[in-house]
Design a protein around this ligand. Sequence first.
Ligand code: NAP
Ligand code: MG
Length: 491
Amino acid sequence: MTTKKHIPKLNFSTDWSYAPAPEGTDHIQLNQSYDLFIGGKFVKPESGKYFPTLNPANGQKIADIAEGSSGDVDRAVKSARQAYEKYWKKMKPADRGKYIYRLARMIQERAREFAVIESLDGGKPIRESRDIDIPLVAAHFFYYAGWADKLEYAFPNRKPQSLGVAGQIIPWNFPLLMAAWKLAPALATGNTVVLKPAETTPLTALKLAELIQEADLPPGVVNIVTGAGETGAALVKHPDIDKIAFTGSTEVGKLIQTATAGSGKKVTLELGGKAANIIFEDATIDQAVEGIINGIYFNQGHVCCAGSRLFVQESVENLVIQKLKDRMETLIVGDPLDKNTDIGAINSAEQLAKIESYIELGKKEGAEFYQSNMPIPNGGGNWCRPTLFTKTAQSHQIVQEEIFGPVLAVQSFRTIDEVVEKANNTPYGLSAGVWTDKGSKIFHLTNRMRAGVIWANTYNKFDPTAPFGGYKESGFGREGGLHGLAPYLKF
Ligand code: NAP
Ligand code: MG
């Protein structure tokens, strides 16, 4: 039953704006070109080829990046193997921990520089890279440094041992944070690493390589090979890799699983998502709306666990949609380096084209389309206004498929059984959110949802102590917390 509620209409004028408050770039140091980081040194790629990394806010080149070939991957794996046998495996666990603590402290000291480079290279608002990404990067290194000499307490009576060399492949949405999620547990458990950053966001990983040199980590313990998909594929195929950790699309995850089948390599896959955010009529509606906005428009919707599907209980549907639209009108799309910016630049022209094609598809599928009216920058760069589709159906592709952009699809529901069935009805199962005043409802629902992480009355909260990972086509294995140690150990 739909109860009619009085919905106050708010008047948002779009002719005002905040004075720009851009973060300075004079304190950062970037080279014109970056080589591969192998054996503790920056070395030229054997092909001599480089590719540009662009600033998605203006399309301009920031630096040239070495393109790693399979030969380069082989050099990196050999160097990681040598470092494993010669130094890392033999080192006292407490000493390994000291190196990781040192890295954590150095990242904190250079946090501002890392935050600015992350926003320049990837397009995310400086508020996020400064307040979320980089502090979490340091937190992950601190957290796992603490485990280095306590593995026997983490797994009592099981004699945990390192695996050897880990190949790690990461995406562009949280570049340095994904590097930290991968490196910190691998190093703490005594493994050495070859890391392949995403093609569009290699810079912070390469700055981290400089820090690794300064921290005096034994050469070859961490190697960083930049390049495109083929570089990642070469790493996956390399016969002397003991473990592959991958975060990225479900499509590439499937290729990796096929490529590693029967090889004896350990594999963890953190893949896509299509999270359901569920608002019950007894929720604190304003708080929920703020959480929904954060859940989908945070980081331009470039978030695997983004709350990209919204289920609203029918009695509050109109109220919630009106409040969402009002709030969307106040979101500032603009310069990632400006501290006022809520939504930065879409990471690449290809990703923008993909998002726009889904927006067209949503209109064709018959959903009701709404975009905010705030101005967007017009001097180049990749931009997308926050977008809302209402009156969507379970069968719509915009409801089933991951868009990985600031596009929210809304449906209504009446009963718990109905919403659980709808929420679980996608190929994914990474995360979900529930908004209600009743603790019992939260537990009842979370037990029936097939999602690795479920937030209650909040969204997109991360902590190094909490495991993260998916069900179904969202992948397998957990990263973070004590659970995140196990995939790097044998017993
Ligand atoms: P992607 O295309 O799968 O790329 C991820 C990484 O894999 C990149 O470094 C990529 O290199 C590399 N790669 C591409 N093809 C490869 C191959 N055949 N073999 C080995 N490596 C290969 O994903 P993306 O578009 O960068 O990232 C978005 C996806 O990541 C979304 O689906 C999102 O949900 C998922 N994601 C999941 C999580 C999670 O924790 N579950 C977290 C973040 C993102 P290039 O950059 O050169 O293509
Ligand atoms: Mg870039």
